[in-house]
Design a protein around this ligand. Structure first.
Ligand SMILES: O=C(O)C(=O)C[C@]1(C(=O)O)C=C[C@@H](O)C=C1
Length: 298
């Protein structure tokens, strides 16, 4: 049975992988921190790791992208999108007013994963601007900490699964800044992923391009290699190489399989320009299908 490393039970990562794999027989191995999720597969303790890499509201999850690029060398095997539905979680009895409503002014601290907190800024500003915001390793870890500290006016931002896992109440439902909030996840692993029981919608290749030096039109030339071959890009992002101030690499997603002759030729052309090309993975990509919503984890 394949072993899959991920953030703790009740995290968005947990909901997301349950949605992707459905009834596939796998063993989920929970880790407190995303660094341990990466290291678990890097050290061969698990076959795959679940990594959130991008969010609608917060954009790229930079810490995780940096781990993918700098700390480990593990190919991306599948990508999928899953809604991040965040809720305010706590012990209802602590915050209930005499009128029977939740009194948000009693909240002293709100704990969560920083990416989740960033998705709920409007709610926090409107209802609990007094609350001190505290970072946790995952949304569900935040819920666990709140559970372990009763009577202190602490609340967490997390999933309904996280609330159920730790036996706390949902104080306010769906508190993200807008409902259309999705997170893009990848499974990374050294072995190919067996085909999933769903039609492949799109094949993608993720690549890192490092420019040799800062010369005029360098990025234009890189992009031209894709453009005149009509290779469609779905994402381009620059990140610091961490070696020299002002030195960046480009992270590029191409909507094509790495086996395509066009892509091979584009990479050859880019390398001929003196750039380095590193393929991070070539994998199927799945969008979120509402009707398949897994009711058990929502
Ligand atoms: O903390 C969790 O529940 C996670 O799965 C992590 C994570 C992230 O790192 O981006 C995943 C998706 C959410 O949008 C917020 C947090």
């Amino acid at each position: 049975m394949k072993r899959i490393a991920l953030l703790p039970e009740g995290s968005v990562s947990h909901e997301a992988v349950a949605y992707l794999l459905g009834d596939e027989p796998v063993e989920l191995v929970y880790h407190k921190l995303i660094s341990d999720v990466f290291l678990s597969t890097a050290q061969g303790k698990t076959d795959y790791s679940v990594i959130p890499i991008e969010n609608t509201i917060e954009g790229s999850v930079s810490l995780h992208m940096d781990w993918l690029v700098n700390e480990v060398d593990i190919p991306m095997r599948v990508e999928w999108v899953y809604p991040s539905i965040q809720n305010l979680i706590g012990d209802r009895q602590e915050f209930i007013s005499e009128a029977g409503e939740i009194d948000y002014s009693r909240i002293e601290k709100i704990l969560s994963h920083p990416v989740a907190t960033a998705q709920c800024q409007q709610f926090i500003r409107q209802h609990a601007p007094q609350a001190e915001l505290i970072n946790a390793g995952s949304t569900t870890e935040a819920v666990g900490i709140v559970k372990a500290n009763p009577g202190k006016g602490w609340a967490a931002i997390g999933t309904t699964l996280g609330a159920a896992t730790h036996g706390l109440d949902v104080l306010a439902k769906r508190i993200t800044d807008h409902d259309n909030n999705f997170t893009r996840f990848v499974l990374i692993g050294h072995q190919e992923l067996p085909p999933l029981n769903r039609p492949v919608e799109q094949q993608k290749t993720s690549v890192l391009v490092t420019l040799p030096e800062d010369f005029a039109g360098a990025l234009h030339q890189v992009l031209a290699a894709f453009a005149w071959r009509r290779l469609n890009l779905s994402r381009i992002e620059s990140r610091p190489t961490k070696k020299k101030l002002g030195s960046y690499y480009f992270y590029i997603d191409v909507l094509e399989s790495v086996d395509s002759v066009l892509l091979t030729a584009a990479f050859g052309e880019i390398e001929a320009l003196g750039c380095q090309v590193r393929v991070l993975g070539s994998y199927p990509s799945f969008t979120y299908q509402d009707q398949e919503q897994n009711s058990e984890v929502r």
